[in-house]
Design a protein around this ligand. Structure first.
Ligand SMILES: *Cc1c(COP(=O)(O)O)cnc(C)c1O
Ligand code: SF4
Length: 362
């Protein structure tokens, strides 16, 4: 058995195993874990410094999960936008393909809390084949996001098989993997897995670090291995109360990500997912974080801040008010709050050619 498999086997799935050491009554948390499964790898548990710290809050069940009267089960309407089970086709040119129902850790704030790790999320060889057939039958799909659950919990062989079949579809230009494994189970990034992944370029990987304390020598090593075989790494983090709702913490996270060769991609406003209301911040707090980053640090360290629109409208970017007014005089505000003016160009005459023919093939 490989080290990562031993980690999974030794994972904590019963709150009692964790809370006892801290003198906390496990009974209420067991009721929560019965509804929303718990799993914490020993590696991730060892990052906990104290009860209620940013690591604890992401990993350990909380009574408030069962008393959420604000949020809904499937706010992004994923289930209604799935033409076949476990494949979400929201944007015309790309799909989200869920290939594994399990995760190394069940994050308490998960957007797919309604299904990950539960009996309802039945992913089988036949749902995977149906997904691949759907992609093959839709030539407009040029980007496939392989996600879950966590696709890197599949065996090397299963993952290789899926990637090979997706890659064989001529109109699929790029494949992206969405995984939290570098954060919660970095020892999964084995040389065997690397040999599989490097065969399927152009392959991108987006991971999910939420706090600087998650960046350890082991997670850095996992990212280094991936980057060394030419896989561009991005990070999608979620803005979470009690985890990273602080501009200085976010800035430190972005800096540490760049040091381990991971490019910040998104900060998500927390989705309105049933059982996660206690994690939500205001949108103003998100905008303050972007204000604290843009101009104050490397542009490379500034991700896009987005709200994934309830009802399945897709990701909508939010920016502080840099653009003050748009017309012949473009009025701008810089990161220091100073005003600047840009003289807009004249609008194009109607008889000018609209688009060069050569650009059409893209
Ligand atoms: C997030 C998401 C995508 C990818 O969006 P990008 O902005 O291209 O990263 C695609 N499909 C679904 C259903 C998504 O939720
Ligand atoms: S790893 Fe991702 S899919 Fe799995 S529980 Fe965490 S947020 Fe949800």
């Amino acid at each position: 058995m490989e080290i990562w498999q031993k980690q999974l086997q030794a994972s904590i799935t019963d709150p009692q195993k964790l809370t006892r050491a801290y003198g906390i009554d496990p009974a209420p948390l067991e009721a929560v874990a019965a509804k929303y499964p718990m799993r914490v790898t020993p590696y991730y548990r060892d990052l906990i410094k104290y009860v209620g710290d940013p690591i604890w809050n992401q990993a350990v069940p909380d009574e408030r999960e069962c008393h959420d009267s604000v949020c809904v089960e499937d706010p992004l309407d994923e289930d209604n936008q799935s033409p076949v089970p476990h494949l979400v086709h929201r944007y015309p040119d790309r799909v989200l393909f869920l290939v594994c129902s399990e995760c190394a850790m069940y994050c308490r704030f998960c957007t797919r809390k309604r299904k990950v790790g539960g009996a309802d999320m039945q992913i089988t060889a036949s749902t995977i084949s149906a997904g691949i057939e759907y992609i093959a039958a839709h030539p407009e799909i040029r980007d496939v996001i392989v996600s879950g659950g966590d696709p890197l919990l599949l065996s090397d062989e299963k993952l290789d098989d899926i990637l090979t079949r997706v890659r064989a579809i001529p109109h699929v230009q790029i494949i992206r993997i969405g995984t939290r494994v570098p954060v919660v189970l970095p020892m999964r990034i084995t040389s065997g897995l690397i040999r599989v992944l490097r065969k399927h370029h152009p392959l991108y990987l987006n991971t999910h670090f939420n706090h600087p304390a998650e960046i350890t020598s082991q997670s850095a090593k996992a990212c280094e291995r991936l980057a060394n075989v030419g896989i561009p790494l991005g990070n999608q983090c979620v803005l979470l109360r009690g985890v990273n709702d602080d501009p200085q913490v976010m800035k430190q996270l972005m800096h540490k990500l760049l040091q381990i060769r991971v490019r910040p991609y998104y900060i998500y406003q927390a989705d309105m997912v049933q059982g996660t209301d206690h994690f939500r911040t205001t949108v103003e707090e998100g905008l303050e974080i972007i204000k604290a980053l843009r101009g104050h640090t490397s542009g490379m360290a500034v991700p896009a801040y987005v709200i994934d629109a309830p009802g399945g409208g897709g990701k909508i970017p939010l920016l502080p008010d840099y653009l003050q007014s748009l017309g012949a005089d473009v009025v701008l505000k810089n990161y220091q709050g100073k005003e600047f003016h840009y003289a807009n160009a004249a609008e194009r005459e109607l008889d000018e050619p609209l688009e060069q023919e050569v650009n059409r093939s893209y």
